[in-house]
Design a protein around this ligand. Structure first.
Ligand code: CIZ
Length: 317
């Protein structure tokens, strides 16, 4: 960065600090956000951790640096707070794989089945759901459902396949995927292992089943952070998830080395927000995330059902 850009950035950060105070706001950033957004945030985390912080914070305004479903989840849990999304266009391709009408149709086809929905879904889809899950708790949530009850798992096929394998259950899987994680091929992992011999391969369960077979450890972003922390100094890792996580991994583990498993592990939606967007969202109070009240209440029941199982396990600062 040249001297002029450094000056502009410093001024933007100063304005954000002033606006945050004026608006009584808190800034949350997902682990996949660009490094400069993670660094300016009050909290970084996965969607479960951030939603819980959003629900508990005394702040009146939440700037959610992530994608739309994350902002919606915060609005579902905290209707009395104003949730802002710095870039309105930041959606989630995976969330678009399922609509509420498709879920209703699936329920008609499988009467009595429980619907488990990954939080990477719209509020309308959550509203048709019995219980939500994240990648951090999908296995636990599936395992919590009566074994005699069929389970429809929506919308991520790969995460559902992983939960099915770990619980030894047959699930009715949806055909959605995260295009970023689904792009990680066995070939890319083999190539990375050859380039960095001795490195541990850690991978996200949104990757394809055959790719996950090559992992030494599979977990959500929070799961990977916990796993890495426990490994000895000097360990190196090949990381099979969105590249944004490497910033936090490296920052919190300066004695370890991290390599992204493939140069394609970039979610364009997660990379949309800039420091200027954060400042403008606070200044203009723009891109307010709202959820229609009937949908919100039904979606909240599904999110609350998940939180009852996992809230004790999540450390909220
Ligand atoms: O649950 C989340 O936040 C996502 C999308 C990934 C992860 O593992 O943190």
């Amino acid at each position: 960065m040249d001297a002029q850009s450094v000056k502009v950035t410093q001024e933007l950060l100063r304005q954000i600090t002033v606006l945050k105070k004026e608006r009584e706001a808190v800034i949350l950033a997902h682990n996949y956000q660009p490094p400069e957004i993670q660094d300016l945030a009050d909290y970084t985390g996965d969607s479960l951790e951030l939603s819980m912080i959003a629900a508990k914070t005394p702040a009146k305004v939440i700037v959610f640096c992530g994608v739309r479903f994350m902002g919606e989840t915060a609005a579902i849990l905290s209707p009395e707070k104003t949730v802002l999304l710095p870039v309105w266009e930041a959606g989630c391709t995976l969330a678009e794989y399922a609509t509420a009408e498709q879920i209703r149709e699936m329920k008609r086809k499988h009467p009595g089945a429980a619907v488990v929905t990954y939080v990477n879904s719209s509020a309308e889809v959550k509203a048709e759901t019995d219980i939500c899950c994240t990648s951090a708790n999908a296995v636990e949530i599936v395992a919590s459902i009566d074994r005699n009850r069929p389970v429809i798992f929506v919308p991520d096929y790969n995460l559902g396949h992983y939960a099915a394998k770990k619980t030894g259950r047959e699930l009715i899987l949806w055909n959605g995927c995260c295009p970023t994680h689904a792009l990680l091929s066995t070939f890319a992992v083999a190539k990375a292992r050859k380039k960095w011999p001795g490195a541990q391969v850690i991978m996200h369960p949104e990757c394809k089943p055959e790719t996950l077979e090559l992992a030494d450890f599979v977990g959500s972003t929070s799961g990977m952070l916990k796993h890495v922390k426990k490994q000895p100094a000097g360990t190196s890792f090949i990381v099979g998830t969105e590249v944004g996580l490497l910033h936090r991994l490296q920052k919190e583990n300066p004695d370890k080395t991290f390599h992204v498993a493939s140069d394609y592990l970039i979610c364009p939606m997660m990379k949309m927000a800039t420091i200027k967007d954060v400042k403008e969202s606070l200044e203009k109070m723009q891109h307010v995330v709202t959820v229609e009240e009937d949908v919100r209440k039904r979606a909240k029941a599904a999110v609350d059902a998940m939180l009852r199982y996992t809230s004790a396990a999540v450390k909220v600062p």
